[in-house]
Design a protein around this ligand. Sequence first.
Ligand SMILES: NC(=O)C[C@H](N)C(=O)O
Length: 332
Amino acid sequence: MTKKKILMIGTGGTIASKITPNGLDPQLTSEEILAFIPGISEICEVDTLQICNIDSTNIAPDIWVLMTDTIRGKYEQYDGFVVTHGTDTMAYTAAALSYMIQDSPKPIIITGAQKPINMEITDSKTNLFDSFLYASSDSASGVQIVFNGKVILGTRARKTHSKSFQAFSSINYPYLAIIQDGRVISYITKEKAGAPRFYDSLDAKVALFKLTPGVDSDILAYMLERNDAVIIESYGVGGIPSAPEYGYFKVINHWIGKGKTVVMTTQVPNEGSDMEIYKVGHELKARVNILEAYDMITEAVVCKLMWILGQTQDPARIKELFYTTISNDILY
Ligand SMILES: NC(=O)C[C@H](N)C(=O)O
C-alpha cells in the first residue's frame, strides 16, 4: 500500500517551545519538531511548512485566513494535513477552520501539547504521532483535534484543563474516535464529502460579553457600538436581568434595531441554552430578534459569526446561516 502524503503546518505553541529565562517561547521549526518522531516515516510521508511561530495567545482571524489559504493552495498535493498549534486557542482555530473549510474529504488535524517536545516528560510526541496516524487513516475527514488519545470534532472542542495532558473535552457531542497503542478505534464514522468548500474572509468584529451579577448594561452597549456582533454569555439556560433599571432590554433592542447581531449563550459548560424556559429569557426571545446558541459551544459561535458576517450583513441571511448545521455544530 502506498503511504499517505501529509503536510505538517507549524504555527508554534508549547509543542514548539524552548525554555527561556522569560518562560516558554515557541522557537522550534516544524522540521525540528518532526525530527523528534523519526518512526513516523513508517506510517506516512511528511513534508513540513511553517506559517508562524507564536504562542497561540497571539492567534487572530487573519492567521486563520492564512491557514485556510495555505491548505487550499496545497490541497491537491496532499492526502491530509496536521497543524501544530498552541493549546490555549486551539479550540477557536479548530472551529474557525471548520467554517472556513467545509466538507473536506481529506483530514485536517490540529494538535499540540501541554509540555514542549524537547522535554523528557512530554505529551508532544504521542499527540503528534497520533495525529499523523489518524490523518493517514482511510476513515478520517474534515477538521478535528487529536489530543491525549482522543479525536474531537472541530466544532465541539474546548480546553477544559489548563495543565494536565487531558486538556480538551468534546462538548455536547461524543468523541469521534480514540487512539490507543497505535490503533484508531472509531466511535462515529462520517460519510466523506465529495469536494471541499473554501472561504476567504472573516469579520473580526465579534465580541463576547460575560454576564456577572450587577454588571452595568452600559458595558454591553459599548461593545455593541464597536462590534458587528456580540455574544451574551448568560447564566443557566439563558436570560437577562429583567428589571427595567438594569437597562438590558433597552440596550439589546436598540442595537438589534441598528443592524447588530446579538446571540444568547450560556456560561454553563454543558447542555447549552433554552431561553424559552424562564421569563427572564422568554420575554427577550419573544420581543426582539435575538439569536440563541442552543447546544453550540461559545468557540464555535464566535467563529461562526465571524464567518457569516464575512459574507453577509443581511439579518435574515445571518439568521438562516446561524441556524444551519455545519460540521454538526448545532443539533438542537
Ligand atoms: N500548551 C500550550 O500550547 C499553551 C501555549 N501558551 C499556547 O497556547 O501557545
